[in-house]
Design a protein around this ligand. Structure first.
Ligand code: NAD
Length: 246
């Protein structure tokens, strides 16, 4: 029970890595606010957690919409009374080679993956500051640390997430907030569904463990950074990629 009595907000918690993290955090004693724009999956996830005896609620929001996020944050704080941990996990891809990438797809990926992290952090930070303690974990990607062919928009957003992480670590560390990022490699979720099998095979061969990552691999890294065990870790980027050769 590494998160007993903690309130955790997980964006993108209805599916994929976020949903696995919600369950793992709940099993470790936390109360969970699942934030997602996928209402059907979000409500179902909250119900599943209830059935496991975990206190959880679903809050619908589009993280890219600052007004929507402010309303959601007010509801979360009304319901749970506090927020100890924010996992900025919601994300999308809209891949295309640079010369074919539509500006709308560039902007949408930045809006969700970068501005979304900004919006949610701005909405929950005042509560954490008033508590004098808090943990923020942002989801970057190895595309953000090393770039990736066909992901100009995504790599830019995820590199920006690292910049914000390090800036906030410096801005808020003295006030008891630590801010870190996780940079997953290729993880088996819907997000990588469109990658052809042949390419996935090559990715596995570039990974010393010769496998893709699982949502659990990333959720475990979130759990470490959310727990008191990481109290002296601030502004770091934890790569969860099985040591993939870059
Ligand atoms: P996923 O597609 O399975 O889940 C993403 C979740 O985010 C979904 O529930 C979706 O509804 C939600 N979401 C998307 N846009 C949203 C918005 N505007 N507002 C609210 N919710 C929104 O993807 P995943 O693989 O679980 O990805 C989770 C995070 O991990 C993302 O930030 C992603 O970029 C990152 N990541 C994933 C991989 C991978 O290989 N799967 C690799 C590196 C980083």
């Amino acid at each position: 029970m590494r998160l007993q009595y903690k309130t955790v907000v997980i964006t993108g918690g209805a599916n994929g890595i976020g949903a696995v993290a919600a369950k793992l955090f709940g099993k470790n004693g936390a109360q969970i606010a699942i934030v997602d724009f996928d209402k059907k999956a979000g409500e179902a996830k909250a119900q599943q957690l209830h059935e496991l005896g975990i206190e959880a609620a679903f809050f619908q929001a589009d993280v890219s919409d600052s007004e929507n996020v402010k309303e959601m944050a007010t509801k979360v704080i009304e319901q749970f009374g506090k927020v100890d941990i924010l996992i900025n996990n919601a994300g999308i891809t809209k891949d295309a080679m640079m010369l074919k990438l539509e500006v709308d797809d560039f902007k949408r990926v930045i809006d969700v993956n970068l501005t979304g992290v900004f919006n949610c952090t701005q909405a929950f930070l005042p509560t954490m500051l008033s508590q004098g303690k808090g943990k923020i974990i942002n989801t970057s990607s190895i595309a953000g640390t090393g770039g990736n062919i066909g992901q100009t928009n995504y790599a830019a957003a995820k590199a920006g997430v690292i910049g914000m992480t390090r800036t906030w670590a410096k801005e808020f560390g003295r006030q008891g907030i630590n801010v870190n990022a996780v940079a997953p490699g290729f993880i088996e979720t819907d997000m990588i569904d469109t990658i052809p099998e042949k390419i996935l095979g090559q990715i596995k061969m570039m990974t010393p463990y010769t496998r893709l990552g699982t949502p659990e691999d990333v959720a475990n890294a979130y759990l470490f950074l959310a727990s008191d065990e990481s109290d002296f870790i601030n502004g770091t980027v934890l790569e969860v990629d099985g040591g993939m050769l870059k």
